[in-house]
Design a protein around this ligand. Structure first.
Ligand SMILES: Nc1ncnc2c1ncn2[C@@H]1O[C@H](COP(=O)(O)OP(=O)(O)OP(=O)(O)O)[C@@H](O)[C@H]1O
Length: 604
C-alpha cells in the first residue's frame, strides 16, 4: 500500500476546517483542492471557511483567490507551483492528485496516448459509475470552462460544444458564479430553464451546493395562467408552426380582433377551432397547409383542452399582449437551448435579456433546426458571444465516431476530443422480430447487475408498448418519461434523452428511431451519445444508414465451447471471448473492467 506523503498534511487541514465549521459543517467536504503560487498556499472548497480571526482557511471556488487553481493546468502551469485535487470520503483524505508539482506537469494523463492531456483526477472522476445524472466537476473544472463561467453576465453568451463536453456543468457553475458576483442577479434572481425532469432535479440539487438559488423550470411552466400541459402533439409540423416567429404577429392580430374581453385560453382555443378566423388573420403569414395543422376541435370543457408545450408558450405570449407582466430575472440559463423555438426564445426574453444558452446545434431534436445561433439569439436583443468546449468527458471515442455518421456530411462542427475509450466498439445483436425490446431489457438488466446504469432507448411510438411489456414481464425498469432515473435500468423514448447520461445505452431498433428523416437521425445521434462506457444495438429489421456496416447475420446455433482441462492461456481466453454472444460479451467486459478497477484500488 503506497501513501502519498501529502495525505497527512491535507488531513490536518481538513480536520481543522471541520473543527472551525463545527455543527455548520456541510454534507460535502469543506475542501477539494489546494493551489500554491507566489501568493502562498490556498485551499479551495465550495465555500469559505474562516478561522477565529477571520482569516480564510479555505477559499470558495468562486473567489478571486481560487482563480489560480482553475486557470492553471499541467500543460500550462501559469506560475502555479502546486495544483492538487484532494479527494475526501467520510471526513478522511483518501487521495491527492497533483496536476502541477514543482511548477511543471505532475499527475497528468500520459502524453503518449491519443487523449487530450488532463489531470489524472479528471480521468479518475470519469471512471466513477454514473448515477443517471451528471457527476460533479467543481474540483476538476478545466481552464476553458472556468473562462466561460466568469464571462460578464450582461448580454447573450452561447456555450456550444459537442455531446458530453461539459456545457451543462459549465452553465451551472456560471449561474452560481453570477449569483455570487453579479449585482443584477443578486437583486433579480436566477432563472434556469431545462427541458427534462431529470435535468431539472439535477439543477435543483447542484445549484444550492454551489451556493446559488434559482427558479428552475421547463419552458411550459413559465406560463403562470390556469392552463397546464396535458397534451402531446407528435406532428413536428404543428410544433414548427406554433413555434415560428410569425405566431407573434398572428396573436397580436387575434388580440386586436377580439370584440370582448377574453382570457388567453379562450382566445387560443377560439383561434384553433375556427379555420375562417385563422384564414382572415393569417392569410399573409401562414400557408393553407400550415393553417390546417393548427386546427383543433374544441373539447367539451376548456379545462380539458390538450394544451401542448407550444400552446402554453403561445398562451404566455397572449398573456403578455393582454398586459400581464411576466416576472423578471437578473439572468437566465437555458440548457439544451438548440431546441428553443423562436416563440420560446421570446418567452424567455420577456423575463430576462441577459442569458446563457448552453447547447449543441447538431443535437437539435426540436421541430426546427437552427443552422447557427444568430437568429435564436436575436430575440434577446443584443449581439451574442460564444464559448466553445472541445474536450469530450462522456462519450467513448468509438461511439462518437459511429454516432457522427447519423449527421448530414458526418457533422460540420468540431468533433469532441474524447477522454474515454469506453468498452470499445459498439455491440450489435440481431434478434427475432418482436424480441428487440425484451432482449435489450434483459441485456440491460445483466449489465445493471454489475453496477452499470443502463438506459434502454426506444422510438417514441414504441414506448407505451415496451412499458406495458416491462410491467407484464416483471422487468424492473424506471419509467424515464416520468423522470424516474433511480432504477438500474431506465426505459426512455428517444425524444427525451437530451442531457442525460448512463454507463451503457441499449438502442432498440435504431431504424425505427431514425425513421429515415433528418429529425429521426438526430434523435438517434443524441441517444447514442448518452453513454459513458458502452453502446449496444438490438434490431430485427435492417440497420439504418450510417450503421449498416455493423450488420451481421443472426447466429445459426449456440456456440459450442470445447472443454479445456489445462490452464487457459491468453490466446485461449481470447478465442473463447470471441465465441460469446454480444450481450454476454458486454457482461464479461464489464466484469473484467470491475476486476481491474478493484485490483487497482487494492494496489493503491
Ligand atoms: N471538468 C470536468 N471534470 C470532470 N468531469 C467533467 C468535467 N466537465 C464535464 N464533466 C462531466 O462530463 C459529463 C458531461 O457533462 P455535461 O452533461 O455538462 O455535458 P454536455 O455538454 O451538457 O452534454 P450533452 O449536451 O451531451 O448533454 C458529466 O458527467 C460531467 O460531470
Amino acid at each position: 500500500m503506497t501513501t502519498h506523503p501529502a495525505l497527512d498534511d491535507e488531513q490536518q487541514q481538513l480536520d481543522r476546517s471541520y473543527a472551525l465549521l463545527g455543527d455548520d459543517a456541510p454534507d460535502l467536504p469543506p475542501l477539494f483542492g489546494r493551489v500554491d503560487d507566489g501568493g502562498g498556499s490556498r485551499y479551495v472548497g465550495l465555500d469559505d471557511v474562516r478561522d477565529e480571526s477571520g482569516d480564510a482557511v479555505v477559499v470558495a471556488w468562486h473567489s478571486p483567490e481560487a482563480g489560480a487553481f482553475y486557470q492553471s493546468c499541467g500543460t500550462d502551469p501559469a506560475g502555479v507551483t502546486l495544483k492538487r485535487v484532494v479527494t475526501v470520503s467520510d471526513r478522511q483524505v483518501i487521495a491527492v492528485h497533483d496536476e502541477i508539482a514543482g511548477g511543471s506537469a505532475g499527475d497528468v494523463s500520459s502524453a503518449h496516448d491519443h487523449r487530450p492531456v488532463v489531470g489524472k483526477v479528471v480521468v479518475a472522476a470519469l471512471e466513477q459509475f454514473r448515477t443517471g445524472t451528471l457527476a460533479e466537476a467543481t474540483a476538476t473544472l478545466r481552464p476553458e470552462q472556468y473562462d466561460i463561467v466568469r464571462r460578464p453576465g450582461r448580454g447573450v453568451l452561447v456555450i456550444q460544444g459537442g455531446p458530453g463536453t461539459g456545457k451543462t456543468i459549465t452553465a451551472l457553475h456560471r449561474a452560481a458564479w453570477l449569483a455570487a458576483h453579479d449585482d443584477a442577479v443578486r437583486a433579480g434572481g436566477l432563472l434556469v430553464v431545462a427541458p427534462t425532469p431529470p435535468l431539472r432535479s439535477y439543477v435543483a440539487d447542484v445549484l444550492p451546493r454551489l451556493g446559488a438559488d434559482a427558479v428552475t423550470t421547463d419552458i411550459a411552466a413559465l406560463y403562470g395562467g390556469p392552463a397546464r400541459r396535458n397534451g402531446r402533439d407528435t406532428r413536428p409540423e404543428a410544433a414548427r408552426v406554433k413555434g415560428s416567429a410569425v405566431m407573434a404577429m398572428l396573436l397580436r392580430r387575434l388580440v386586436e380582433a377580439a370584440d370582448a374581453p377574453a382570457t388567453p385560453e379562450e382566445l387560443l382555443r377560439g383561434l384553433y377551432a375556427d379555420p375562417s378566423l385563422l384564414e382572415r388573420l393569417a392569410d399573409d403569414l401562414l400557408k393553407a397547409g400550415q393553417r390546417d395543422v393548427l386546427y383543433r376541435e374544441p373539447t367539451a370543457s376548456i379545462d380539458d383542452e390538450p394544451w401542448t408545450v407550444d400552446d402554453l408558450v403561445l398562451l404566455d405570449e397572449l398573456s403578455h399582449l393582454l398586459g400581464r407582466a411576466a416576472p423578471r430575472y437578473g439572468h437566465a440559463v437555458v440548457d439544451e437551448a438548440q431546441n428553443l423555438s423562436p416563440m420560446q426564445a421570446r418567452a424567455i426574453a420577456r423575463r430576462c435579456r441577459d442569458v446563457t444558452l448552453a447547447g449543441d446545434l447538431e443535437c437539435s431534436t426540436g421541430p426546427g433546426k437552427h443552422d447557427d445561433w444568430s437568429e435564436l439569439t436575436s430575440y434577446f436583443g443584443s449581439e451574442f458571444s460564444q464559448g466553445t468546449l472541445g474536450i469530450g468527458y462522456r462519450v467513448p471515442r468509438p461511439v462518437i465516431e459511429l454516432s457522427r455518421r447519423q449527421l448530414p456530411d458526418g457533422g460540420t462542427l468540431d468533433v469532441p476530443d474524447s477522454l474515454r475509450d469506453g468498452l470499445g466498439v459498439p455491440l450489435v445483436r440481431r434478434v427475432d422480430p418482436g424480441d428487440e425490446a425484451a432482449v435489450a431489457l434483459s441485456a440491460g438488466e445483466a449489465a445493471a447487475g454489475t453496477g452499470f446504469k443502463v438506459g434502454v432507448v426506444v422510438a417514441p411510438a414504441r414506448y407505451d408498448e415496451t412499458l406495458r411489456y416491462c410491467q407484464a414481464a416483471g422487468v424492473k425498469a424506471g419509467d424515464g418519461r416520468d423522470g424516474d432515473l433511480d432504477q438500474p435500468v431506465t426505459l426512455l423514448p428517444a425524444d427525451l434523452v437530451n442531457g442525460l447520461e448512463f454507463d451503457a445505452i441499449a438502442l432498440v431498433e435504431p431504424a425505427e428511431i431514425g425513421d429515415g428523416t433528418e429529425l429521426g437521425r438526430r434523435l438517434l445521434y443524441v441517444a447514442m451519445t448518452r453513454c459513458t462506457q458502452s453502446l449496444a444495438v438490438f434490431h430485427a429489421t435492417p440497420l439504418p444508414a450510417g450503421m449498416e456496416h455493423l450488420e451481421r447475420p443472426a447466429p445459426s446455433r449456440e456456440p459450442e465451447v470445447e472443454h479445456r482441462p489445462r490452464p487457459a492461456r491468453t490466446e485461449d481466453l481470447y478465442d473463447l471471448f470471441k465465441l460469446l454472444r454480444d450481450d454476454d460479451r458486454m457482461l464479461v467486459e464489464v466484469l473484467i473492467r470491475r476486476l481491474l478497477r478493484d485490483s487497482l484500488e487494492r494496489d493503491d
